[in-house]
Ligand binder design. Structure first.
Ligand SMILES: [Zn+2]
Length: 268
């Protein structure tokens, strides 16, 4: 039997969160449901049966809806499994995951690989899958369109290694980010690389999307390699801009990344 087409779309939550939903038209898996209500509304409207919840890290805006979603699913007679990082405290987690774990789901039919991407939090994980020639990454708060997550718990070295790992995924991989931060990320990116033509064109496209209320994500790994300064720490243009304010700074990517992240933290 042919596998049914996989639909992947964002459910907006809070001010700027995206909860990603994967569905075969009948069953659904959600990633990082920080809020249950918009997920329940979507499941009801599309008449989908929730089968699993995937969690990338422990922050409240990613796990806040788990208990309510489980209770609601139970009231519908459905059993839902929760998967999250083994290294973090995740409410109601049925199975803790580490790097290179793989998950197989029957409905929707999915084979998912687990990546460890510490930096934003100590135990942050990401989910990668290939389905009918398409590759998908669900990376929580690690990689954003033209940006990356803040270093709340991990070190710059850990985060650089995590981003480097993601950078090596196939260029066509769809990157499903957990926040709509794109326009402010692009503003910072242009302050670093004002002459990056891909970035200039991306700004125009992202602005047009936001003007009509559309998400700027998913992005792709190939696109991010052109427009995301945090994946470009080895490019001359990025190194030059970062070392302008700190000429003694070492030229290795971790030092450049650490300084770039610190610059973004105070960028207005
Ligand atoms: Zn977070």
């Amino acid at each position: 039997m042919a596998r049914s087409a996989l639909q992947v779309f964002p459910i907006p939550a809070y001010d700027d969160n995206y909860i990603w939903l994967l569905s075969d038209g009948e069953h659904a898996v959600v990633v990082d449901p920080g809020d249950a209500q918009p997920v329940i509304a979507t499941l009801r409207q599309a008449q989908l049966k929730l089968t699993a919840i995937l969690i990338t890290h422990h922050h409240a805006d990613h796990v806040g809806g788990i208990a309510e979603l489980l209770a609601w699913s139970r009231s519908q007679g459905d059993t839902v499994q929760v998967y999250g990082p083994l290294a973090e405290e995740i409410p109601e987690c049925h199975q803790g995951l580490v790097a290179r774990d793989s998950l197989h789901f029957a409905a929707p039919e999915l084979d998912i690989s687990v990546l460890e991407v510490p930096g934003h939090t100590r135990g942050h994980i990401a989910f990668y899958l290939e389905h009918q020639g398409q590759s998908h990454l669900f990376c929580g708060d690690t990689l954003f369109a033209s940006g990356c997550g803040r270093l709340f718990e991990g070190t710059a070295s850990q985060m650089w290694q995590s981003l480097d790992q993601l950078r090596q995924l196939p260029d066509k991989t769809w990157v499903h980010c957990a926040h709509e931060y794109t326009l402010s990320n692009i503003r910072f990116a242009l302050s670093i690389e004002p002459h990056n033509v891909d970035l200039q064109q991306w700004e125009a496209r992202a602005k047009a999307l936001r003007q009509v209320g559309k998400p700027t994500v998913p992005t792709t790994i190939g696109h991010e390699k052109k427009v995301n300064p945090f994946l470009r720490c080895e490019e001359d243009s990025v190194m030059r801009a970062v070392r302008l304010g700190d000429p003694q700074l070492a030229c290795d990517p971790v030092s450049i990344f650490a300084k770039l992240r610190a610059m973004k933290d105070v960028f207005r």
